[in-house]
Design a protein around this ligand. Structure first.
Ligand SMILES: C[S@@+](CC[C@H](N)C(=O)[O-])C[C@H]1O[C@@H](n2cnc3c(N)ncnc32)[C@H](O)[C@@H]1O
Length: 381
């Protein structure tokens, strides 16, 4: 199949499965093909396979029109290795072309209309920037990218494709004050907390759309409406994986089993990892239990996990033990007990999916996740 045929097929699939519904967006996706924004060499598939349009054009094109992210700036390929909180492999992407359905879902949620002024955080390849510029016009779009090389490449690609939105090399954590206020802020990198500048720079009644998540593997898209008084409220919309926004916060220490002796052992026949790996329960646990992180870990008897809080003082080690599972925990908190209580609460609430949860941000930046309505049960996160 040619690039043109594959591009057309991707759009038809997104229409058929209901991802794309807005006619103006459908036209936009038809007019801005992804393959123009993917580098001919140096990119990696979602699974880490190197892509080259010269050496293997068939694989390159197939990857471009598969609904997956493509790593376009990859540690170990012309970039120094960075410390990775999530413990991803040695070649993790610091910039990528987002999966087509992720961009389509975010743009649909953004409810774009002519005359709006949009700030994009995380230019990356510039594909989403081009979609925005095509839909709203060059002068309606500002995009901020923290990596100067990525920003320069995107600027060049956009220019050669006939688009000239403003691409700023800056830290998007601060938004982009010179062009504020915006009707929409769309971030293609994910956050744990909405940066205060984003809510401040969104016009009252404007929308902010971005990936959000407290736990790797349990991320969702959030859309919040910003109010005059600096508050914001909105809901979650399905799962998403994402490149994290680089923030000024100090990097969290690595999640590492340092071999502590447990305060308590527990044996169970029920697979204790299932709630941590299933998306809906992991999302609920990320909200209901504060401050914890998890890492897969190989422990003699098989594949288990290590869970700890930010201080590293409280922890849980889970591993297969014959036909059972061993759970060890230590430290001032009993994190495993907190998980069990939270799962019981989640069952009692009728196992709500992430779409039943929402987020309110107060004028001081406090974040509260709630169930069903801002007045419903809630958790400070
Ligand atoms: C998922 S990629 C962008 C995807 C892009 N929309 C596309 O489809 O090509 C996220 C981008 O955000 C950038 N980024 C991360 N932290 C940032 C920050 N604080 N400010 C601006 N850009 C940031 C990364 O360098 C990366 O290029």
């Amino acid at each position: 199949m040619t690039a043109r045929e594959r591009h057309a097929a991707l759009i038809e699939a997104m229409i058929a499965d209901g991802t794309l519904t807005d006619p103006a967006l459908i036209d936009t996706f038809r007019a801005v093909p992804r393959h123009r924004y993917i580098p001919e060499s140096g990119a990696l598939t979602h699974h880490g396979t190197p892509l080259s349009a010269v050496n293997n054009p068939e694989l390159w094109l197939a990857a471009v029109y598969t609904d997956d992210a493509i790593g376009t700036r990859v540690e170990g390929v012309g970039l120094p290795r960075q410390r990775s909180e999530a413990g991803r492999g040695p070649r993790s992407a610091t910039s990528s072309s987002s999966a087509p359905t992720v961009l389509a879902r975010m743009l649909e949620l953004a409810d774009l209309a002519n005359g709006q002024h949009v700030l994009e955080i995380g230019t990356g390849t510039g594909w989403n920037t081009a979609l925005l510029a095509h839909r709203l016009g060059d002068s309606a779009v500002t995009s901020v990218e923290i990596d100067s090389h990525v920003a320069a490449v995107a600027r060049g690609t956009l220019r050669s494709e006939g688009y000239s939105p403003a691409i700023q090399h800056a830290d998007g954590y601060e938004g982009w004050p010179p062009d504020a206020p915006y009707d929409r802020i769309i971030s293609t990198c994910g956050v744990r907390r909405l940066p205060p500048a984003w809510t401040r720079q969104t016009r009252a009644g404007g929308l902010l759309v971005c990936p959000w998540g407290l736990l790797e593997g349990a991320g969702v898209i959030i859309r919040v409406e910003c109010a005059e008084d600096g508050t914001a409220t909105g809901t979650f919309h399905g799962g998403v994986g994402f490149v994290s926004l680089r923030t000024p916060e100090p990097a969290a220490p690595p999640v590492r089993d340092s071999g502590q002796q447990p305060d308590e052992y527990r044996l169970t026949q029920t697979d204790p990892l299932a709630p941590l790996t299933a998306f809906t329960s992991a999302f609920a646990l990320s909200v209901l239990v504060p401050d914890w992180r998890v890492r897969r870990r190989w422990i003699g008897t098989g594949s288990g996990v290590w869970v700890c809080d930010r201080s590293g003082e409280s922890w849980v080690r889970v591993y297969p033990y014959g036909t059972s599972w061993m759970i060890e925990q230590g430290g001032p908190r009993s994190i495993w007990d907190e998980f069990e209580d939270a799962l019981a609460e989640w069952e009692r609430l009728d196992r709500p999916e992430p779409e039943r949860f929402g987020l309110s941000v107060d004028a001081e930046g406090g974040h509260r996740v709630w169930l069903d309505s801002p007045d419903g049960p809630g958790w400070t996160v």
